[in-house]
Design a protein around this ligand. Sequence first.
Ligand SMILES: Cc1cc2nc3c(=O)[nH]c(=O)nc-3n(C[C@H](O)[C@H](O)[C@H](O)COP(=O)(O)OP(=O)(O)OC[C@H]3O[C@@H](n4cnc5c(N)ncnc54)[C@H](O)[C@@H]3O)c2cc1C
Length: 340
Amino acid sequence: MTKSLYGAQEASAIWVYLEQNQGRLTGVSLELVGKARELTDGRSIPLVGVLLGDQVSGLAQEAIAAGADEVRVADHPLLRQYTTDGYTKAFTELILAGKPDILLLGATPNGRDLAGRLAVRLRTGLTADCTDLRLEEDTGLLVGEVTGFGGGILAYIKCPDNRPQMATVRPGVFAVPAPDGARQGKVVSVPVNLAKEDIKVQVLEHVDGQGVDITRAQVLVAAGRGCQGDLALINELASLLDGEVGVSRVPVDEGWASRDRMIGQTGYVTRPKLAIVCGISGAFQFSVGIEKAETIVAINTDAEAPIFEQADYCIVDDMFDVLPPLIEAVKRARGGNGGR
Ligand SMILES: Cc1cc2nc3c(=O)[nH]c(=O)nc-3n(C[C@H](O)[C@H](O)[C@H](O)COP(=O)(O)OP(=O)(O)OC[C@H]3O[C@@H](n4cnc5c(N)ncnc54)[C@H](O)[C@@H]3O)c2cc1C
């Protein structure tokens, strides 16, 4: 077995990577701070957020309000844009200096990229795309829950010997904690040893994706194969309810909808207040992405569809018959024109 660069005896604290994009903290960073706070409750484990970027110390208080005891800030002009080599080098040095026991990162595109690199550099294990995290009662080891074999099994993975114990979690799996503006924490500036030659990639332009973020939607109207490529009613209802359109994998594979709208195991984990799920069977790989919805209304022609086991309100009918009167009812309730 490969030996890690430091041992369990020297390690302490849970670290959360506070990923920022253009000077804004990603939601998943705060979700992880909230979960880490829950893990450390009743245990004397410090919770440290780690911020890398250029002039980003202003974001530290947000992480403290979410539950961090301390935020270490690595500020450097060469960390302005995310680069694999720059961030890996700076973060590896921080980790070797601070020796965290556990390191959590968001499974965003950059978080995934960074986590893999760090794990190799530090010669430790990484449990990717966890659906839950806990600390083992007797040993205090981090246990990451992941789905395997296409969702057929739940696996629990731990990393007993090497440090840090690393895990990534996708956005939306945990809730963003309510901020406590009165919380106090330490903000520590840490040195960054980076030169231009360390970074082989040159970022010429930064373009923000135009896609939607369904993980933050309060209302989702979701369509599957049953919509047969016709999303007009789905779009209309979502817009009337100030919600977003979500889909199962079939509309994405068929080219009816973009991938950023896909709910599920390989799509996004969502937690809307209301999900209206139309023409979707409710396969496990879809359901894990919607199970945290407060209320699920399912419309399906098949009374045996698995989605009905998950739904709070079950409508066994054709979505093309159910949606038009539903849309009219919402319009009437909103004063004739949708009230917008
Ligand atoms: C490793 C792996 C990862 C995966 N990841 C994901 C994922 O992230 N997200 C995801 O969604 N899937 C994922 N899948 C695919 C998943 O297993 C299912 O195949 C998929 O979710 C099925 O989509 P669906 O429910 O739209 O289609 P179907 O299973 O074909 O169901 C269509 C449903 O529509 C109903 N219907 C048909 N016509 C109407 C109508 N007019 N009105 C009302 N109901 C109607 C039918 O009764 C049926 O229940 C993954 C699969 C694998 C193996």
